[in-house]
Design a protein around this ligand. Sequence first.
Ligand code: PEP
Ligand code: MN
Length: 333
Amino acid sequence: MIITLKKGASDAQIESLKTLLVSNKIEPRIWKGELETVIGCVGDIAHLDPGLIEALDVVETVQRIQEPYKAANRKFHPDDSVIDCTGVKVGGGAFSVIAGPCSVESEEQIVGIAKSVQASGATMLRGGAFKPRTSPYAFQGMGAEGIRLLSLAKKETGLPIVTELMDFKDIELFNDVDVIQIGARNMQNFNLLKEVGAYTKKPILLKRGMSATLQELLMSAEYIMASGNPNVILCERGIRTFETALRNTLDLGVVTYLHRLSHLPVVIDPSHATGHAYMVDSVAVAATAIGADGLIIEVHNDPPHAKCDGAQSQTPEMFAKTMERIKKVRSAL
Ligand code: PEP
Ligand code: MN
């Protein structure tokens, strides 16, 4: 952090600011120029609010030079993190495709889809049991029964299962779940992030909030990591913009940007990003080409009758073709 003082700052004011910084375990380095005085702060400023310093009478500007996240920061962890999802690796060159329906609907549905996506090369199975829906009248998911059916599908196929936790009170139902999803709507539910981070070291698939900046996404990852769980996978699923033609607006450059700032793997969700099944293939291929560490794709055996997100769900046949193209891109890279 660099603090620039106002012209005419008195020695007494500078001294009192110095005392404040030292009491916050920061070592101030002061340069007195002809026109202005600048203070360089050495030390951990994570617990200091730069806004408080900026509000002081004597201060002209405060510039942060360090990112406010440490655990998620590549500076302190130069190597890519490889997240182990019950044997399936994500990150550091390991690429994984999570596929399955938006929501679990029946044993026949989830086991059937699990087998078909596995045959096409998916390495994990997704399926929502607790669904965050815009309308309270829409299907809310099967809850505990949905998780039991996911477990059955895991027994049949061996695929690790990924499902969303909306409320920490349900955590005990997640014993057999391999990857816990924190959805876009809960990305800044800080209590949930702290609780899940302290309770388990299972991988957390953290989806970007629909109006969250990338720094906010990384700060949410930081909550989970600072609470004790280093196993976070970031998921970009598009954000809300003025555009209405697509469900969300997806910037694939995010993959490159997040890889630069953080060592955590980045997975792309082309289904929620576009909202249209016909677009999922090309966006999935592009995300693979740009260097994503994995994909999460919605696949349904009967999209027109899906209880949730049918319009963006690929059929197993579409998914098989997409997997073929992804494999070609992977081998070309
Ligand atoms: C989902 O994965 O089905 C979901 C609800 O995603 P998001 O939180 O990204 O909207
Ligand atoms: Mn969905």
